[in-house]
Design a protein around this ligand. Structure first.
Ligand code: NAD
Length: 490
């Protein structure tokens, strides 16, 4: 079998030491890999490259399509962009996979039976970074959730479950509040779940789901989430399993994938042969699985489990009660190499049966291309920056003024809300208001469609009356179904 080329970056701080330790174990375990090394991180940032990665390094990544990356130091301030976010988004690494396993009784944890895999969406949600200051008082962050984005991540979670002999996929979302964005995620989860009758599908509102995961993680198996929930809860899951220092992660794209530890570059520990290489090593095991070297992944991972079980521990996990030998980075790697071919006796040995699901399922469409829906414009929300000095009751002041200035041309004001709560008509004087108003205009003839020209004419009237409009959102029906929500209390 021919070798697989991979791109390796040794990173900053403890990065080079833990990478050398990891590569040593992989080599001794017989990994069939050829390494292309690239430079990323602090040196590249400080040479004036604000992305932290040189143009020629992208060529290596596009060539090998597999990236094993040590942590890097992001310099503080100075407009340096997070390399992780740049790499994930540029290369379309849509799925972040983080197995969170406890190693009781060898590593201290409150959850002796924990083996949860977090599958986090990696490209969209509030992480699009589309933020604006709209008024004196209000900042906005756009949460974007797409159908293909949800299909990709949910399908990945189920494919992962099938390929890794998992029994259940749970989705966390907040669709009782975000009925459209999280509602779409939930709907697609339900749609895709029926295609996998062998896998139990389950869902929770994220708040109670998170509480249950932190309390009884043994009841969870694979958990799939949008970007923000997944970012937060994957750290919680890794920490309650024993330590964030032990977890590896995979960032999977349709063409390129990246594997890493979840911890940072720990600069204060650098150069002292102290750091624990386990997080990066377990990231590299995910990589071996991904490049179809399950034999090596299994051999190396079982030797690592045996090392942990034998009490050969680096300082960060060393406990007098369970540890037997405190070792440095290099000695830990040697201890794993010495155990190649052995399996753990108390901990459950790993078995890698199959390739990474998407490597296997490459030929399957992971998202559907659909006919566009019939779209009808039925109204518009015009957002105003307006302030009369009163935090209470001012909706009933704004409403008649706006009606007098803007109604006409087939459109009428039907509602004003302030941060989502209806304040006109018949607003309560008790509702706290800021200087940001959503003013909903619809046809004055029930159910009539509205034209773009009517919207433009409406904005002209609003402008002529001296109101500061800050944005509009069109109210549309898609195949007859409203693509917008009513204001609270409307
Ligand atoms: P960190 O993860 O580097 O360190 C947190 C704590 O954990 C420290 O006490 C450290 O000594 C310890 N630690 C971390 N990894 C360890 C290991 N392998 N073995 C033993 N102890 C370990 O987080 P931080 O201090 O917040 O960040 C340091 C730098 O890392 C920052 O520049 C940050 O931007 C960067 N960072 C990079 C990545 C990445 O490249 N993926 C991720 C997170 C942070």
């Amino acid at each position: 079998m021919s070798n697989v080329s991979i791109t390796v970056a040794k990173g900053d701080g403890i990065g080079p030491e833990i990478m050398d330790a990891t590569l040593h174990i992989l080599k001794e375990a017989g990994a069939r890999i050829d390494i292309e090394e690239i430079e990323i991180g602090e040196k590249v940032y400080l040479s004036g490259n604000s992305a932290g990665i040189a143009p020629e390094s992208w060529d290596s990544l596009r060539r090998t399509k597999v990236f094993l990356k040590a942590p890097i130091t992001t310099p503080q301030g100075g407009g340096f962009k997070s390399l992780n976010v740049t790499v994930r988004k540029t290369l379309g690494l849509y799925a972040n996979i983080r197995p969170c396993v406890s190693y009781h009784p060898f590593i201290k944890t409150k959850h002796p039976v924990m083996d949860v895999v977090i599958v986090r969406e990696n490209e969209e949600d509030t992480y699009a970074g589309i933020e604006h200051r709209q008024t004196d008082m209000v900042e906005q962050c756009l949460k974007l959730i797409s159908r293909p984005g949800c299909e990709k991540i949910v399908r990945y979670a189920f494919e992962y479950a099938v390929a890794n002999n998992r029994k259940k996929v749970t989705a966390f979302m907040k669709d009782n509040i975000m009925k459209q964005t999280d509602g779409l995620f939930h709907k697609i989860f339900d749609e895709i779940a029926v295609e996998y009758p062998g896998i139990e599908a389950d869902h929770w509102i994220v708040d109670i789901g998170a509480a249950k995961m932190a309390d009884t993680p043994e009841n969870f198996d694979v958990i799939v989430m949008e970007n923000l929930y997944g970012d937060i809860l994957s750290d919680v899951a890794a920490q309650i399993a024993g330590s964030v220092g032990l977890a590896g992660s995979a960032n999977i794209g349709e063409n390129i994938s990246m594997f890493e530890a979840i911890h940072g570059s720990a600069p204060r520990r650098a150069g002292q042969n102290l750091a624990n290489p386990s997080g990066l090593f377990l990231g590299s095991v995910l990589m071996l699985n991904h490049i179809n070297q399950q034999d090596v992944a299994e051999l190396a991972h079982n030797a690592w489990l045996r090392t942990i079980e034998d009490g050969v521990h680096t300082y960060d996990i060393f406990k007098d009660s369970v540890s037997k030998e405190k070792v440095g980075t290099k000695e830990f790697a040697e201890a794993v190499v010495a155990r190649l071919g052995q399996k753990p006796e108390t901990l459950k040995p790993v078995e890698y049966r199959k390739a990474d699901p998407i490597a296997e399922a490459d030929k399957k469409p992971i998202y559907s291309i659909r006919e566009p829906a019939k779209k009808e414009l039925v109204g518009v929300d015009v957002f105003l920056h307006w302030w009369n000095g009163n935090f209470y009751g001012s909706g009933n002041d704004l409403g008649p003024k706006l009606e007098a200035a803007a109604n006409g041309g087939g459109l009428k004001l039907v509602m004003i809300s302030n941060r989502g709560t209806k304040v006109y008509p018949k607003g309560f004087d008790d509702t706290f208001c800021v200087d940001h108003w959503r003013c909903r205009f619809m046809s004055d003839n029930d159910n009539e469609v509205v034209t773009h020209q009517q919207v433009i004419d409406l904005l002209s009237r609003i402008n002529a009356a001296g109101f500061d409009f800050i944005k509009t959102e069109h109210l549309c029906k898609f195949d007859g179904v409203a693509g917008f929500q009513l204001g609270q209390g409307q």
